[in-house]
Design a protein around this ligand. Structure first.
Ligand code: NDP
Length: 451
């Protein structure tokens, strides 16, 4: 049987690769999902007869556009703009915008594909999409970022809307960028609607949205630990990244009694054996969100900490690892080191941060491995809650949104556990998240006919 599945997987992937050449991250994301789904679909032939998987790997629409803008000296720059509208079977397209020089079609298609399953897992009515630009906000003035965002939105505004496609933030797109884009959309359309999420609290945003991804990944880690009668209390935690997700994962882990000992950026990582408690985290937030500095500056401020240039934090001894920076930031060798050092929980705040070989190491060693599409779904779930509040024209309290987020993460864990528990009792959260996310979308596609 295993050989038949393998042949089906290889045949399927050969077609995906031929149709989408050189989009390696997209191939990687599809491979992981299809590997989980083939045995399941074999038992449910209605999905293969309707070619549901073949349809799901083809975006409903891909929008590519030119983004011209002028810098403070008047020099003209041209960037690429993208929006991938992947799947709208269960709701309007929903997913973030990424501004980073590495952005290309393959990366955004991988993110949009993952988003379809993730959004389904949240239980909220959201389809999947993703977009962005190869623009690099680093080193740009606020005025330059504003001009870029206005130019980007001038084109994107034709394609999105509160019932059509609702973008949010991602790498390089935080409150500042969402503000500039929302302002331009409102000006062009003469409409005040919930067309973007991650908005400021005074103009339609939701409390807890900035915290949601990091908090959610921490709630997911806690749920995984509960299955072994354990908790985050007293655990040593290695976090990568120092942006939005990393910051709020650090805050919530600390509130649960764990000790975060690392943070990183694309230049290197810091190690603080005393733990990055609330005061130190407040300093990091100011460094990253206001002064927009480098994480290496941490060691000048906090004695006893150290900085390692050009490396990632996975060689540090820890019980729990939370990759919160970017895709493919944990490789096979690093996964082996983590496991050897006693790490037995991985909760992914980032999207696809572990390579397929690293995932194999985690599953082989039967540790608690929470893949991003389940563990980091709290961000988009709270974006969904922001959309609900916009539709109701009401704002919920911090406690109310956090309670809903927490319950959604518990539900996602339960779905992944339901579909992922093996005969030996081990919970394969990869299979659980992929199958759990698939069923709802696939059934909606069946019901809606060949569209
Ligand atoms: P931010 O831009 O706020 O922070 C990103 C962090 O990751 C920064 O510390 C950045 O360092 C680091 N980083 C980015 N690219 C690289 C790279 N190529 N190598 C090493 N480090 C890198 O983004 P977010 O915190 O919002 O996003 C982080 C991850 O979480 C992404 O994978 C994103 O897709 C995922 N995610 C985010 C959600 C959200 O709600 N924001 C929701 C779900 C998932 P530097 O400053 O040097 O670039």
């Amino acid at each position: 049987m295993a050989n038949i599945f393998e042949k089906k997987l290889n045949d399927f992937m050969a077609k995906v690769i031929a149709k989408n050449p050189s989009e390696i991250e997209f191939h990687q994301a599809v491979h992981e999902v299809v590997e989980s789904l083939i045995p399941f679909i074999e038992e449910h032939p209605q999905y293969s007869e309707a070619k549901i998987l073949e349809r799901m790997v083809e975006p409903e629409r891909v929008i590519l556009f030119r983004v011209p803008w002028a810098d403070d000296k008047g020099e003209v720059h041209i960037n690429k703009g993208f929006r991938i509208e992947m799947n709208s079977a269960i709701g309007p397209y929903k997913g973030g915008l990424r501004f980073h020089p590495t952005v290309n079609l393959g990366i955004l298609k991988f993110l949009a594909f993952e988003q379809v399953f993730k959004n389904s897992l949240t239980t909220l009515p959201m389809g999947g999409g993703k977009g962005g630009s190869d623009f690099d906000p680093k080193g740009k003035s606020d005025h330059e970022v504003m001009r870029f965002c206005q130019s980007f939105m001038t084109e994107l505004s034709r394609h999105i809307g509160p019932n059509t496609d609702v973008p949010a933030g991602d790498i390089g797109v935080g409150g500042r960028e969402i503000g500039f884009m929302f302002g331009q959309y409102k000006r062009l359309r003469n409409e005040f609607t919930g067309v973007l999420t991650g908005k400021g609290i005074e103009w339609g945003g939701s409390l807890i949205r900035p915290e949601a991804t990091g908090y959610g990944a921490t709630y997911f880690a806690e749920e995984m630990l509960k299955t072994r009668g354990d908790s985050l209390k007293g655990k040593i935690v290695a976090v990568s990244g120092s942006g939005n997700v990393a910051q709020y994962a650090t805050e919530k882990v600390t509130q649960f009694g764990g000790k975060v000992v690392t943070l990183s950026d694309s230049n290197g990582y810091i190690y603080d054996p005393e733990g990055i408690g609330p005061d130190k985290l407040a300093w990091v937030m100011d460094l990253k969100n206001v002064r927009r500095g480098r994480i290496s500056e941490y060691t000048e401020k906090f004695k006893g900490s150290s900085y390692v240039e050009g490396e990632r934090p996975w060689g540090v001894k820890c019980d729990v690892a939370m990759p919160c920076a970017t895709q493919n930031e944990v490789n096979e060798e690093e996964a082996k080191i983590l496991v050897k050092n006693g790490c037995f929980v991985i909760s992914e705040g980032a999207n696809m941060p572990s390579t397929p070989e690293a995932v194999e190491v985690f599953l082989h060693n039967k540790i608690l491995y929470g893949p991003g599409k389940a563990a980091n779904a709290g961000g988009v779930a709270t974006s969904g809650l922001e959309m609900s509040q916009n539709s109701l024209r009401l704002s919920w309290t911090r406690e109310e949104v956090d309670a809903r987020l927490h319950q959604i993460m518990i539900n996602i864990h339960e779905t992944a556990r339901k579909y992922g528990t093996q005969k030996d009792g081990f919970i394969n959260y990869v299979n659980g998240a992929n199958i759990g996310g698939f069923v709802k979308v696939a059934d909606a596609m069946l019901a809606q006919g060949l569209v």
